[in-house]
Design a binder for this molecule. Structure first.
Ligand code: NAD
Ligand code: DAU
Length: 332
């Protein structure tokens, strides 16, 4: 199995989960090791890491020889960065996916493409709808537009060239090894560094949070039992939890006053609400999230994630000052 972007957050957790739960996978990773990729994410894992760009066609073709399957996580993944500099998003998410598609086509390798709920745009807070596999695409940011484009490319290569591929669109992940630019680890590490959580705008935005292991279990199921050519929505039914509640819960779990946070400048074009209907995945493949509870659905997963950041200061501390400097230059 070739895993693109396997040194990033979800990809490295995917490789760890695969090797922990399966004995018959031999894993190679291709990763450019951008600011978001980290060799340390793979410590202790029996894998081969090739440092390289998925846009490098000769390299991708060489790597494809002898592969049975490719799982494609590599992407520029952060919305705020896509507003500051969209070029890298077009390069990796579109040109990179195109390059990969041509390589799997040439070598007859099965592909699973990892995508996001953001391709569907957002819902109003009072809209009870959820995204399904039939929802029309309506992306808002340069990040989500390039992810939407990459999904379209995969579907076109399935239909026009008959490649063997599946797609999954998942909601917001959280868990260990997530880069501290992202919402949940940023707040946890702000507190651990002696600062305050920073909430964009009013904090009423809703994300359908899912623990990264639940996402990756879904990816493994789709890879092994999914129907070729199909798309699967992945979500854990947390579409009732807003950012303010998440910040308050993090404060509470870290023994602080729930309301001890700062409001900072909002994200331009900020999507309001995402909500996923994962009925197809649950009924066809029998998937269900394991990180659930009766209140926010996130308490156990968040407590575990907070403990991980407490125990892995050496992993995140070197990046903290730069990340916060960049946020503070944008008033965030
Ligand atoms: P991440 O930013 O943590 O990791 C991305 C990885 O891709 C990094 O290791 C980076 O070095 C690598 N990469 C970037 N450009 C590359 C290139 N040109 N060639 C090779 N490697 C390159 O991202 P993540 O949060 O782990 O997201 C992984 C995938 O899951 C992305 O496709 C993202 O769109 C999707 N996704 C993310 C979430 C989420 O909540 N984080 C939710 C749904 C879907
Ligand atoms: O929905 C899936 C998407 O989730 C993935 O496709 C993206 O790769 C991933 O980055 C994530 O996108 P979001 O933009 O939703 O995630 P982010 O962690 O940046 O922000 C989550 C919410 O928290 C969002 O409403 C913005 C808000 N926020 C974010 C930061 C960094 C804050 O209030 N404060 C912050 O400091």
């Amino acid at each position: 199995m070739l895993v693109t972007g396997g040194a990033g957050f979800i990809g490295s957790n995917f490789v760890r989960r695969t090797l922990a739960t399966r004995s018959d996978y031999d894993v190679t990773i291709i990763d450019k090791l951008t600011y978001a990729g980290n060799r340390a994410n793979l410590e202790g894992l029996d894998v081969r890491l090739v440092e390289g760009d998925i846009c490098n066609s000769p390299l991708m073709n060489k790597l494809m020889r002898g592969m049975d399957v490719v799982v494609h996580f590599a992407a520029e993944s952060h919305n705020d960065n896509s507003l500051a500099g969209p070029g890298a998003f077009v390069h990796t998410n579109l040109v990179g996916t195109y390059t990969l598609l041509e390589a799997v086509r040439a070598h007859g390798v099965r592909l699973h493409h990892i995508s996001t709920d953001e391709v569907f745009g957002d819902l109003a807070l009072d809209d009870p709808a959820r995204f399904t596999e039939q929802t029309a695409y309506n992306p808002s940011s340069p990040y989500s537009a390039t992810k939407a484009g990459s999904d379209h490319l995969v579907r076109a290569w399935i239909r026009s060239f008959g490649i063997e591929a599946t797609i999954s669109n998942c909601s917001n992940n959280y868990g260990p090894y997530q880069h501290i630019e992202k919402f949940i680890p940023r707040q946890i590490t702000n507190i651990l560094a002696g600062g305050h959580p920073k909430l964009y705008g009013t904090g009423e935005q809703v994300r359908d949070w899912i623990h990264v292991d639940d996402h990756n279990d879904a990816v493994l199921l789709i890879l092994e039992r999914g129907s070729l050519g199909q798309t699967y929505i992945v979500g854990a039914d947390n579409d009732h939890v807003n950012n303010l509640q998440v910040v308050r819960l993090i404060n509470e779990l870290m023994g602080r006053d729930a309301d001890d946070f700062e409001h900072v400048a909002d994200r331009p074009g900020h999507d309001m609400r995402y909500a996923m209907d994962s009925t197809k995945l649950r009924t066809e493949l029998g998937w269900a999230p394991k990180y659930t509870d009766t209140t926010t659905g996130m308490r156990a997963g968040l407590a575990h994630t907070i403990a991980w950041y407490e125990q892995h200061r050496a992993w995140w501390e070197p990046a903290k000052e730069r990340v916060e400097r960049e946020y503070s230059m944008r008033g965030q």
